[in-house]
Design a protein around this ligand. Structure first.
Ligand code: GLV
Length: 330
């Protein structure tokens, strides 16, 4: 294609060079080759003259930005969660939006399960103890945690990732499965997974290990706060691999501090990368820096999927995972 006619796109984050090279086969590519997110004003300035943008889950694509970038035709994210993108504003202006579902399901489920296990079996707490030289004798109840096998796994949010975690629990660890979701699975799906549908309150009461996998939206803001934590068993654990803001971190830190639940495993935080200071001082929480989908092959697959969406949206073809493909209708 004639270089001067090629669409211009911005890659708004440092990503894999091989994916940038693939984009360069189709586009004039501007890169923000940095691990620091561009501000809204910087993004608006950099997007002038661009038809497309490649983002992660960290760049706010607001209605204001869409209005200020009239040439923009496609916003393609390498994340599955898209709460950073105002999809209705994009749709209203004919801007295609895509996310990256599917390719990260199993990897994220592996991590969710690992985080739940680390939380229940007190892996990081006991490692800190050992590293500090505090291990001087065998003790009958040293870091005695909760069992995973045979326990009740409560899944809040039974989408692709929730179901993949459920399969791990049932098939690998003989866990009993209960779930709550905005929309209930079909009878056949419930039977295949062996999962019981419960109200949110019943799920909180029954779960030995609660794993949260709901998308963030105004409706799921602080879905778990002080009142919900109060319903949980004192022996229960809570694991959040969804989004910060779904859990009220201050209320959770209080509940952990007061041992109203046994422990928590968190990969996401309100206002991340900042972490609520009270979470840093409680011992019974496993903290990871939003890495649930971070296996090497999966992060590459996420980038490749976002690139495929961008190429299809601006060059031709059907974007594989568009969120508002109606904007492509003539
Ligand atoms: C990660 O949090 C994602 O939404 O892909």
């Amino acid at each position: 294609m004639n270089a001067s006619k090629r669409p211009r796109v911005l890659v708004a984050r440092r990503i894999f060079p091989s994916v940038v090279a693939r984009l360069r086969e189709h586009f004039e590519v501007d890169t923000h080759d940095s691990d620091t997110a561009l501000s809204q004003a910087e993004l608006i300035a950099r997007l002038q003259g661009c038809q497309g943008v490649f983002v992660a889950g960290t760049e706010p694509i607001t209605g204001e930005l869409i209005a200020a970038c009239p040439g923009l035709k496609a916003v393609c994210s390498m994340a599955v969660g898209y709460n950073n993108i105002d999809v209705p504003a994009c749709t209203a202006r004919g801007v295609l939006v895509s996310n990256a579902p599917g390719v990260l399901t199993e990897t994220t489920a592996d991590f969710g399960f690992a985080l739940m296990m680390a939380t229940a079996r007190r892996i990081t707490e006991s490692e800190r103890y050992l590293r500090c030289g505090e291990w001087t004798t065998w003790q009958v109840d040293l870091f005695a945690g909760a069992d995973i096998h045979g326990a009740t796994l409560g899944i809040l949010g039974m989408g692709r990732i929730g179901q993949a975690i459920a399969r791990r629990g049932a098939l690998g660890f003989g866990m009993k499965l209960a779930y709550h979701n905005r929309s209930r699975l079909s009878e056949a799906e419930e039977a295949e997974l062996g999962a019981r549908y419960l109200s949110k309150e019943a799920l909180l009461r029954e779960a030995d290990h609660l794993v949260i996998v709901v998308p963030y939206s105004p409706a799921s803001h602080h879905l778990i706060g002080a009142a919900e934590l109060a319903l949980m068993k004192p022996s229960a654990t809570l694991t959040n691999v969804a989004r910060g803001g779904v859990v009220d971190d201050a209320a959770l830190a209080r509940a952990l501090h007061e041992r109203r639940i046994a422990a928590a495993g968190l990969d996401v935080y309100e206002g991340e990368p900042a972490v609520h200071p009270d979470l840093l001082t409680v011992p019974n929480v496993v903290l990871t820096p939003h890495i649930a989908s971070a296996s090497g092959p999966t992060r590459l697959a996420m980038c490749e999927l976002a690139a495929s969406n961008l190429i299809a949206a601006l060059i031709g073809g059907t974007p594989p995972t568009a969120l508002n493909s109606q904007v492509l209708q003539p």
